[in-house]
Design a protein around this ligand. Structure first.
Ligand SMILES: *[C@@H]1O[C@H](CO)[C@@H](O)[C@H](O)[C@H]1NC(C)=O
Ligand SMILES: *[C@@H]1O[C@H](CO)[C@@H](O)[C@H](O)[C@H]1NC(C)=O
Ligand SMILES: [Cu+2]
Length: 164
């Protein structure tokens, strides 16, 4: 029981430290015809390290990563699709990414997703060759946010000990 709780707390704490998110494409609607994925993506900030997850009934849809032109013309010949029904794609680089469903005319019906991925949030600032006051101020901030994450972790362990 206490071990389960500790695991739960650890799992809840680790993503908070790393900052990586899972985005369920279409949320509870999932990946299907009839959802406006432009609208879905509009208010979201995707970063390197995050994952996008496509949930659909296996066999009814698939996920094909395509180029911008192929996205616009729904060209389905570009690469081989993902087909598991629970496809998790880690965003490993910044920039524009395009995904479509390559089954039937689903893409033409709007089953397509475009996202623009930003760089990961850097936990510590890159050392500046010029150094100076501003730089030391920045590293102070990053140390205190690291310390905060560390304290949250300690609190989780402490909570686990209490539960025993
Ligand atoms: C989807 O939503 C976007 C943004 O709100 C809108 O511009 C676009 O026309 C919509 N597409 C469809 C097919 O309704
Ligand atoms: C689709 O993409 C393939 C590979 O890039 C290309 O050879 C083909 O001409 C494209 N088809 C259309 C209709 O654009
Ligand atoms: Cu489809």
């Amino acid at each position: 029981m206490a071990l389960k709780l500790a695991l739960f707390i650890a799992m809840a704490t680790v993503p908070a430290i790393v900052g990586a998110k899972d985005f369920i494409v279409g949320d509870e609607e999932g990946w299907k015809v009839g959802v406006n994925y432009t609208e879905w993506a509009e208010d979201k900030e995707f970063r390197v390290g995050d994952r996008i997850v496509f949930n659909y009934v296996k066999g009814k849809h698939n996920v094909l990563k395509v180029t911008g032109p192929a996205f616009r013309s729904c060209n389905k010949t570009v690469s081989s699709p993902l087909t598991t029904g629970n496809d998790k794609i880690e965003l490993t680089s910044a920039g524009r990414k395009w995904y479509i469903c390559a089954i039937g005319d689903h893409c033409e019906k709007g089953m397509k997703l475009f996202i623009d991925v930003d760089e990961a949030e850097v936990p510590a600032p890159a050392p500046s060759p010029t150094g100076g006051k501003g730089n030391s101020g920045n590293s102070g901030n990053s140390i205190s946010s690291f310390t905060y994450s560390y304290l949250v972790g300690l609190a989780a362990i402490w909570a686990m000990v209490i539960m025993f």
